[in-house]
Design a protein around this ligand. Structure first.
Ligand code: PHE
Ligand code: ZN
Length: 880
């Protein structure tokens, strides 16, 4: 156990800093082992503080202070104090003053990838959340916004490209030396977490964008040399994002340049640094030979996400890190809308809900549950969570649903106008929503402060004599860590009463009249809604479009679910009905109560959907996917045997595949690639259906399916087809898959992003020796403990995509992951801690599994030099 237990930081303790920093001039002498940073700050007492005379305490970490001067006078050792995490100057003037300092750091030794580090030979920074303090001493917190100028100096030959935030001001060679320099100016005040510097021997592609008001913006994408021909999709996506934000939100870009850099070593997906976004290269590089359809879609969405941060995050930032969902939830919501406008809205909604259920619901339902706006944290890096991002986005969407498109846009305009240039709070954002709409959102605010996913039970009663339909709803949230008592939430619920012909009947709500918008609002714990003039017994379609992130228990008879699956005018709820039916069938198989008739009825309903020429291929593909094993486990709730879950789900997939054998073959023939690869929505949808069909074919008739998969694998001329074929093969333990995996590696070993895909496919491989395979691969020369993408592919891939392997009853899966956490923690605590979250659902397991997992958690906690990151996650899970 750690000797000094890390202490939490509380939202309630927020206080403004005693001294503001107005401007920062930085001068970097770049050297891989010994970079020198000169910093000149102008400071002044903060008018928001009534006290005077406080010491100046700046954050700093892993840097060496070389010299320090205040208003031009060098400070003597007794006038300041350097500690591991801070620099304190005991006395500073109570008026504007300047501080000059020189610090040194070692970018090559920076394996945490926070602060200034080297990736692929390129200097690169990552400052969110608290990395700037590893570059120089500063108030490294988002409510201190300053103007930055940055001068970078380096060797001309080795480091020809010198980039930072804002606009380029000047560059040149340093006479008589082999060195050169560049100066960048960012006119917009920003918090330190948005600072960025990138320098190295980079290739680039360039384009321009003309804003709505006619200003030209120079666009650049920088990549490691030789990868320039894989940037076209990212560039198109960037231009589409810029246009969309103008059209949908009236937001124009504000600098003369917008640059993006792709690096191979990055902890997260990407980072929205002002005017200089830095990306994990897997979310930039794409061509048909190396990127799958999913990659194309992700690149488009992440480029958009980072670009949209320019207004939601950068121009208006967060007052403190508790407000993280102010920028992240809102920006995820914006990127979801972007994708919905460009592609299929229905398919995007389903995809987002699948992500929510796969990542956020399990978090909300376990020891790591926290509100979208948490009240305390030990390590802020642990709060870049599905709850902050995805549930945060759902909350924005619910406000849109409640107040309507027009008021929502008005509220956003008000928010941009009122808070531009400020560090804001969630309260201020919601206040804009309330003011613009005239709605009271006080109760609604609880969504931000209360953890846990509500369960909503619905009971409908139809009275043919009075032609009334009464809907009784009840909401409940289970206690979560630190929140035993739960308040009722304000829940917007899309609703339809579907008549026997499949058409929606009018909604004549008692006491209100005919509803203009098919929406009811629940505010109490238990509430009834009576609808008048309901001509026929309706089938209830509730939470249409997934209007609220709740778990709905409607308890409809199977016949009604089958009816909705075929007829609901809300396509989300057609899919949802299919999911509920599928889930119930897997649960029945798990419990040994499944009947062949139920399975047949389900398969027959799927057949109708497949046969319907008017239905989108992507939607068909989604209908053919059963809820995930982790969703099933959560539905079982306790004492789960994950092998049985896997067997039950696969058993149902086999049965469906057998009944739909002919349809699957037809799909296979119809969806063959007609020409060169194109990433457009229709082609993407066709391939999604093709791959889903292939995966089922392998289940239903292995000999036949394997043959088709191998033929596809050999003939594939795009990565989507290749991965689709391999993905189908790794589902079952067969000799063909080993040969194909080897062949994939032989084909693509030179391409690091494809090695990651190979690791992920291996991680997914089903079979009794899954953990042994993982151990073996961690020793493979292509695996690197220090590269986050490798760890995420192999180890997070195993935890997330191979629940039967990770949760193996003999504890082998837990052991391999615990070993990895202990190995990675000293190298990169953020990556180790993300891996540790994989244990969050282990309390659902049966006792042998649970105790095997607990033993591993305790083994981790026994490590004396554990990071705060891993300590916070593992101690919370172990204590639950
Ligand atoms: N702010 C980034 C995003 O959401 C994510 C990120 C967080 C990246 C922390 C790096 C470090 O787009
Ligand atoms: Zn973001």
């Amino acid at each position: 156990m750690k000797t000094d237990t890390p202490q939490p930081i509380h939202l309630a303790d927020y206080a403004p800093v005693p001294y503001l920093i107005d401007s920062v001039d930085l001068d970097f002498r770049l050297d891989p082992q010994d970079t020198v940073v000169r910093s000149r700050l102008t400071l002044r007492p903060n008018p928001a503080r009534s006290d005077r005379g406080a010491a100046l305490v700046l954050d700093g970490e892993r840097i060496t202070l070389q010299s320090l001067a205040l208003d031009g006078t060098v400070l003597q050792p007794g006038q300041y104090r350097v500690e591991a995490q801070s620099l304190t100057i005991m006395e500073v003037p109570q008026r504007a003053f300047t501080l000059e300092m020189v610090t040194r750091c070692n970018p090559s030794a920076n394996t945490e990838l926070s602060g200034l580090y080297v990736s692929g030979g390129v200097f690169c920074t990552q400052c969110e959340a608290e990395g700037f303090r590893r570059i120089t001493y500063f108030h490294d917190r988002p409510d201190v916004m300053a103007r930055y100028t940055v001068r970078i100096e380096a060797e001309r030959e080795q480091v020809p490209v010198l980039l930072s935030n804002g606009n380029p001001r000047e560059d040149g060679v340093i006479g008589g030396t082999t060195r050169h320099y560049a100066v960048w100016d960012d006119p917009f005040p920003k918090p330190s977490y948005l600072f960025a510097l990138v320098a190295g021997d980079l290739g680039s592609v360039h384009d321009t964008f003309t804003t709505a008001s006619g200003r030209d913006v120079a666009l650049g994408i920088y990549v490691l040399k030789g990868k320039e021909d894989r940037c076209a999709w990212a560039m198109d996506s960037l231009k589409a994002s810029m246009r969309w934000d103008e059209q949908r939100f009236g937001r124009e870009y504000d600098l003369d340049v917008f640059n993006i850099v792709a690096v191979p070593d990055f902890n997260m997906g990407a980072m929205e640094n002002k005017g200089l976004n830095v990306f994990n290269d897997k979310y930039i590089l794409a061509n048909p030979e190396t990127a799958t359809d999913a990659d194309y879609v992700n690149i488009e969405a992440i480029i958009a996400h980072e670009y949209f941060h320019n207004w939601t995050g950068n121009r208006i930032t967060c007052r403190d890190w508790f407000q993280l969902c102010l920028k992240e939830g809102l920006t995820v919501f914006r990127d979801q809308e972007f994708t919905s406008d460009l592609r299929s809205r229905a398919v995007k909604r389903i995809a987002d809900v699948k992500t929510l259920r796969a990542r956020q619901f399990p978090e909300d339902n376990g020891p790591l549950a926290h509100p979208p706006r948490p009240a305390a944290y030990i390590e802020i890096n642990n709060f870049y969570t599905p709850t902050v991002y995805e549930k945060g986005a759902e909350i924005c969407r619910m406000m849109l649903t409640l107040i309507g498109e027009q008021a929502f846009r008005k509220a956003m305009d008000l928010y941009f106008e009122r808070h531009d240039g400020e560090a804001a709070t969630v309260e201020q954002f919601v206040q804009c929503m309330a003011e613009a709409s005239g709605r009271n959102l006080a109760q609604f605010f609880t969504w931000y402060t209360q953890a846990g996913t509500p369960t909503l039970t619905a009971e409908g009663q139809y009275d043919a004599a009075t032609r009334q339909y009464t809907l009784t709803l009840e909401q409940k949230v289970k206690p979560t860590p630190g929140q035993a008592e739960k308040q009722p939430l304000h829940i917007p619920l899309g609703i339809g009463l579907v008549g026997p012909d499949g058409a929606d009947m009018p909604l004549d709500l008692d006491g209100v009249g005919t509803l203009n918008t098919p929406l009811i609002e629940m505010t109490e714990q238990r509430q009834s809604f009576r609808f008048n003039n309901v001509a026929k017994r309706p089938v209830l379609s509730l939470n249409r479009g997934f209007s609220a992130p709740v778990m709905l228990e409607a308890n409809l008879p199977t016949a009604d679910e089958l009816f909705l699956m075929g007829h609901d005018s809300d396509s989300f709820n057609r899919w949802e009905a299919g999911q509920r039916l599928g889930r119930n069938l897997v649960l029945a198989a798990y419990r040994g109560t499944a009947t062949a008739a139920d399975v047949s009825a389900y398969a027959a309903a799927l057949k109708k959907i497949i046969d319907d020429a008017a239905t989108d291929d992507a939607f068909k593909a989604l209908m053919l996917l059963l809820p995930s094993e982790s969703e099933i486990a959560a539905a079982i709730g306790a004492d789960v045997d994950t092998d049985k879950v896997h067997a039950a789900r696969d058993g149902l997939r086999r049965a469906i595949a057998r009944q739909l054998a002919k349809e699957l073959d037809d799909i296979w023939v119809r969806t063959a690639e007609p020409g060169p690869y194109r990433p457009d929505p229709a082609s993407t949808a066709r391939r999604a259906l093709r791959q889903t069909a292939l995966a089922l074919m392998v289940m239903g008739n292995p000999a036949h399916g394997i043959k088709a998969a191998l033929a596809e694998f050999d003939a594939a001329h795009n990565m989507s087809a290749e991965i689709g074929a391999l993905g189908a093969l790794v589902q079952i333990d067969c000799p063909e898959r080993e040969a194909a995996l080897d062949q994939f590696h032989a084909r693509h070993a030179h391409e690091h992003l494809l090695v990651d895909k190979w690791l992920l496919l291996n991680a997914q491989a089903q079979g009794p020796d899954a953990a042994a395979r993982i151990t073996r691969l961690t020793q493979h020369p292509d695996f690197k403990w220090t590269t986050p993408n490798k760890v995420y592919a192999l180890l997070s891939g195993f935890v997330g995509a191979n629940p039967a392997g990770f949760n193996a009853e003999d504890g082998s899966g837990f052991r391999v992951i615990a070993d990895a956490i202990l190995k990675i923690d000293p190298v990169n605590p953020q990556v180790a801690s993300r891996l540790a979250t994989g244990f969050r659902s282990c309390k659902l397991l049966n006792s042998s599994r649970k105790s095997a997992a607990q033993a591993e958690l305790e083994r981790i906690l026994a490590e004396p030099s554990l990071s705060r990151d891993v300590f916070e996650i593992v101690s919370k899970i172990a204590a639950s």
